[in-house]
Design a protein around this ligand. Structure first.
Ligand SMILES: [Cu+2]
Length: 381
């Protein structure tokens, strides 16, 4: 039997659910947070890790102190957000260091070319980094590979993806690819600083899929920047097009301290974001639009990372000739003005740019569009 909360088996879904509920409250209730701090990985309580180390390298083991509440490996949680870091915010460790020097860069929206050979190896590091999302705002972010969102991954149905996550920081992290079908207790489990974990999958369906850190509370990890898109092309190529990837997310930010704004867990719980953005920067494609040529077919792979809101994707002055609800080229809906991507979902939008001009693409839920989920598609004659 695996060690677990209150001595019950963690294989029991009820126990898992109870722990998840408790973890989600960790940051909301200081007393609970303090109790779980007592079993954070820093205290070396990692015995469940050793029991599930098959897929991990460098997994540590430890002994449970008498009377200590155990912290599950796959639910190693953010109880390590100790008071000295400001409980309930992302301003931990290196997330806020060097914020003044964090330079803005436009996140390239172009779909990367498909790697050849039918397989690829990807190695991400979980890192903390100050990320400048506009002229006046630097976010103390938790990231994959130092940016928000993480790198765009492009693969194909049936190709092999071998993925490795290495955790460089004090907070436990993990990786959950929505394009994969795997036992999450093994593949998506949390790892602590210095550990690496590798898993392999072959996507079964084409589409725009989210990836994210799944460490509890997931809201905190996605809300602090640990998400991205994996685009799975079908075996038979879709019609030739200019292809772009848009990942919408919300930022819930504390007031600036030392030039950086932390992500605020309590604010995340309210689901009232300060900023909503495509590819991590509000209005970046309004300031520097996406450009195509007259006559181009354009394909947007749109993911809503949330953590809590959908993206009601619409292009002003245009219509989508096709929206693929999933697994393109199947599930095609024709002649669409707006279609909603749920948080944790992805859809594919196509249009033929047969009219020159500047076409705003927006989250037509305008409370969110107004907070930055807007851009411009320029069709050059
Ligand atoms: Cu994480």
């Amino acid at each position: 039997m695996k060690p677990c909360v209150d001595g019950a088996s963690f294989d029991d879904p009820q126990t898992r659910r109870a722990f998840l509920r408790r973890s989600a409250l960790t940051l909301a209730i200081p007393g609970v947070g303090a109790a779980l701090n007592a079993c954070s990985p820093r205290e070396g309580n990692r015995s469940t890790d050793s029991g599930r180390a098959a897929a991990a390298t460098g997994a540590a083991s430890g002994t449970r102190a008498p009377g200590q509440v155990h912290n599950s490996d796959s639910r190693l949680d953010s109880a390590v957000l100790k008071a000295e870091h400001g409980p309930g915010t992302s301003a931990t460790g290196t997330a806020a260091q060097g914020a003044a020097n964090a330079a803005f860069h436009r996140f390239a929206p172009e779909l990367p070319a498909l790697p050849g050979g039918g397989s690829q190896r990807i190695h991400f590091h979980a890192r903390e980094a100050p990320v400048r999302i506009d002229d006046s705002t630097v976010v103390a972010a938790w990231t994959f590979e130092g940016d928000v969102p993480g790198p765009i991954v492009h693969t194909r149905v049936g190709d092999t993806v071998e993925f490795t996550l290495t955790n460089d920081v004090d907070v436990p992290h993990s990786m959950d690819f929505h394009a994969a079908q795997l036992d999450p207790a093994q593949a998506f489990k949390s790892i602590i600083k210095g550990q690496s974990l590798t898993f392999t999958f072959k996507p079964r369906y084409a589409g725009a899929f989210m990836y994210h850190c799944g460490t509890s509370p997931v809201l905190m990890h996605i809300g602090s920047g640990m998400f991205g898109a994996i685009i799975v092309s079908p075996r038979k190529a879709l019609p030739a097009a200019k292809e772009f990837v848009l990942v919408q997310n919300e930022f819930y930010l504390a007031a600036a301290a030392n030039g950086v704004r932390a992500s605020d867990y309590q604010k995340m719980l309210t689901t009232m974001p300060d900023v909503v953005a495509f590819n991590g920067r509000p209005n970046q494609y309004t300031k520097e639009p996406i450009r195509v040529k007259l006559g181009d077919r354009v394909r947007f792979w749109v993911v809503s990372a949330g953590p809590s809101h959908s993206c009601n994707f619409h292009i002003v002055g245009e219509q989508f000739d096709t929206v693929y609800l999933g697994a393109p080229p199947g599930n095609a809906v024709r002649g669409v003005q707006t279609f909603t991507v749920p948080p944790g979902g992805g859809m594919v939008y196509e249009l033929v740019c047969d009219i020159p001009g500047e076409f705003p693409f927006v989250n037509h839920g305008f409370g969110h569009g107004q907070k930055g989920a807007m851009g411009i598609l320029v069709v050059e004659a």
